[in-house]
Design a binder for this molecule. Structure first.
Ligand SMILES: C[S@@+](CC[C@H](N)C(=O)[O-])C[C@H]1O[C@@H](n2cnc3c(N)ncnc32)[C@H](O)[C@@H]1O
Length: 398
């Protein structure tokens, strides 16, 4: 049995993570979860009571941090914690005893706490039957979360927010074709920006389930460390106009590297790549989400709240917010300068910043990719990228 770190500190929380699964490294996701809860608390301004659900809570750290941090300090609080319900659930009975002990500091507050020891499937089904709706749900499960999406959305209030984690890295990054068909109903091929593709595939899976209920979705933020894929999404009462055009396919020629995309609604022939007729080898992934991955406004507001309410997030989280804020996630085509350098070849890959500057000077869109380190995104074609690299960065052959 794993030994426990009996007094772990994170944010304002001090707790025993116990002997079960716990990753201190997931602090980024927990910081973002607290900031999202704070955003909802402050947007709501006491207009209605809020109900938050930590569906697979482990040692209860997210709920504890929500209760201690999301309302901000008392002197700055605009509405009472009396208006807040926090539901903390884990199916493992041993975790439940620990959760109870860990959440003692919240019992002194006015928050209504509900401790549950149910299978997520049972809790969601019962909540649906009882018409018990949640404004915020954090689902931090092992593996793929997709079997829970539909029951979960049925208990999310209008404008509710879902915080979803998936550790199903194999099928979403093109390393398990059959698994991808089963869990995502999608074709998934390997891609140099596989972390981003995984997030886009997961968002498409969420969109399909939301649209079945006539609900629309707005991605607030997404990120990954390559092992876990984190998505924060708000569900609107209805779809916005043309929301269905956000789903489609991404192709990449395995020979020349050319990338192209198509919406599902106007699916037709693929654009020609750089290869001679008949020699192209297209790897096609999708259906995936073609739209933005980040809401810059959401990121600006959570950063402001962190400062205004002195929410103690890690420096790494602050840096991640800044990185994501400057990359909305469009255009969808992501490149590494290493790939371009090896195709020419160049002696060394151009610096990311120089490449982006050159592309902008030529009138193209270009941004550092906030999700995949060392990548940039652009609307320039592979032909143009290679021309620019050759003209600006060629210093002789390898
Ligand atoms: C990844 S851990 C949660 C970690 C926690 N959220 C954190 O930030 O440290 C997943 C938890 O889900 C629980 N679990 C697994 N399957 C479940 C199910 N079907 N229903 C409810 N809980 C479940 C496990 O007992 C485990 O504690």
């Amino acid at each position: 049995m794993k030994e426990s770190i009996s007094n772990y500190q994170e944010g304002y929380a001090s707790l025993d993570p116990g002997a079960g699964f716990f990753r201190p490294d997931s602090i980024l996701a927990r910081d973002f979860s607290v900031l999202t809860a704070a955003l909802q608390f402050y947007e709501n301004k006491g207009r209605k009571s809020l109900r938050w659900l930590d569906l697979m809570s482990g040692c209860g750290i997210r709920s504890l941090r929500w209760g201690l941090e999301a309302g901000g300090p008392e002197d700055k609080r605009e509405s009472s914690l009396k208006d807040l319900e926090i539901w903390v659930n884990d199916a493992d009975i041993d975790r439940c005893k620990l959760i109870n002990t860990n959440l003692q500091p919240l019992l002194k507050k006015e928050i209504s706490l509900f401790f549950k020891n149910d299978l997520a499937e049972d809790l969601l089904a019962r909540s649906y039957l009882d018409k018990c709706f949640f404004d915020l749900v954090d689902l931090d499960c092992f593996g793929c979360p997709n079997s829970l999406l539909q029951p979960l959305m049925r208990v999310l209030a209008f404008d509710g927010i879902l915080i979803l984690s998936s550790t199903d890295g194999r099928s979403t990054t093109g390393h398990d074709d059959i698994g991808a068909i089963r869990s995502l109903s999608a074709s998934v091929r390997t891609h140099p920006a596989s972390w981003e593709i995984a997030l886009r595939l997961q968002l498409a899976a969420i969109a399909r389930q939301a649209w079945l209920l006539g609900r629309g979705l707005e991605p607030l933020t997404c990120f990954s460390d390559g092992r876990t894929f984190r998505i924060f999404v708000r569900f609107r009462r209805n779809l916005v106009q043309d929301e269905e055009t956000q789903i489609g396919f991404l192709s990449r020629c395995e020979m020349c590297g050319a990338q192209s995309s198509q919406t599902l609604i106007k699916l037709s022939e693929w654009k020609k790549c750089l290869c001679k007729s008949g020699s192209a080898r297209l790897s096609i992934s999708g259906p995936l989400w073609l739209g933005p991955l980040q809401s810059p406004n959401f990121l600006i507001v959570i950063k402001h709240l962190a400062q205004q309410l002195t929410i103690p997030i890690a420096d790494r989280s602050e840096k991640l917010i800044d990185r994501l804020q400057s990359d909305q996630g469009l255009p969808i085509f992501s490149w590494s300068t290493h790939e371009l350098a090896s195709r020419l070849p160049l002696e060394a890959p151009p610096k990311l910043r120089s490449m982006i500057r050159c592309l902008k000077q030529e009138g193209y869109q270009a941004f550092a990719n906030g999700i995949v380190p060392g990548h940039f995104r652009t609307n320039a074609s592979i032909g143009e990228l290679l021309r620019i690299c050759e003209e600006k960065f060629f210093q002789g052959f390898k």
